[in-house]
Design a protein around this ligand. Sequence first.
Ligand code: C2E
Ligand code: CA
Ligand code: CA
Length: 419
Amino acid sequence: MLNEFISTPAQLLAHLEALMATSDKNCALMLIGLHGLRRMGRIFGARLSEEILVELLGQIHRALRPDDRILRTGRFEFAVLIPGLLNRGHAVLAVNKLAGILDNPIEIRDKERKLPFSIGLSLSPEHSTDPEQLFRYAEIAVLAAKITQTPYQIYTQDDLAAIVTDWDIEGDLDRAIAQDQLSLHYQPKISSRSGELLGAEALMRWHHPVHGMIPPDRFIPVAERMGIMPKLTWWCLNTALRERIEWGRADAELSVAVNISALDLTDERFIKSVTGALGIWDTRPELLTLEITEGSLMKDIALSATILKRLQSYGIRVSIDDFGTGYSSLSYFKQLPADELKIDRSFILNIPEDDLDKHIVSTIIQMARKLQLDIVAEGVETALMQQILLELGCDIMQGYHIARPMPQADFITWSATHS
Ligand code: C2E
Ligand code: CA
Ligand code: CA
């Protein structure tokens, strides 16, 4: 019953079609995404995450009936097909059973952890008798579960209306700049020791006329696929440098950090567009930091490093973002042009109660110090986290405990009271 190989969508649909044809009762399709396990795999390695996945699949297999099917659809995704259900209530019982299994804490390196997951469920004939539609509805439901952070969601017509698809984003994103729907929010970065405001990170916001606020995590990957990321970065860079001037702090010059995408570093013209923007806004290069995620640097390390080195030679600061989530080792940073390292917030989140994460953060800080990098902790949510990070020797902090990202006008007010 357990399919060891990853099924293609066509194979999944064929199975679904066969099951629906032989069952005269209701069928349920569940799509299960194990995003907690995906994250765990990035930290502890693929072997351990694969072992856990196989164990979980085994437990689910034992909980199911002989006619049910499990198909693995991706590294951290699988589908469960359940035929012969008497009614919707039975589908709910089945999904609760699976959610119960996935919700059990798992022992990872001597520590019990719960790994977040999302299940999306669609039903035949209630939602559709067409396998392809049913699959699409289960995909929408799994997205709805992820967004609402609930263990599972059964497809509803409302989800379809509420969930902004990549298709919608593609259609509208290109016009977003021209129609002035994008803006930047600014989140303060402060000195750990003195509490002094050092600068802010610019974070993009999209106010869609129909769908409301669409988060950057949602539209940036689509922009990357569409190839319009250079345009968005260019907009962001110029807006941030222009708005920075309005911060108007004569006593201390605040720096601004702009996030750049891996794709920006695949074209040497990017260097000109950054230095050009600094010229237009008459800004000293030291006051601009470019944040680039660790993971995206790995794609074409030689070219990215060349471009970053050139930028750095002008005095622009380079920050390695989301540090700890990629696969690189710290020693590798000797070759990278970096001035700052931002420890990913997933490590910061658990430091008050998780000694392992605290140890990881402490090790990163000690090694980064040897490489003479500034160390920023992002996602500082409580006073306790701030205290621990200060003790561990972290230089700069950013997070909800200090301030949330805010619109330009609010940031100006905030900065006036935090010198
Ligand atoms: P990031 O660069 O890691 O940005 C930090 C994210 O963490 C922001 O989410 C911020 O609102 C959130 N955050 C800050 N403090 C806390 C905290 O204490 N707790 C928690 N839980 N979260 C906190 P946001 O604004 O939704 O941005 C998400 C991601 O989208 C960013 O992650 C960045 O990778 C990307 N992004 C945002 N703006 C841009 C942009 O202009 N260009 C590019 N290329 N990427 C951008
Ligand atoms: Ca960032
Ligand atoms: Ca980050």
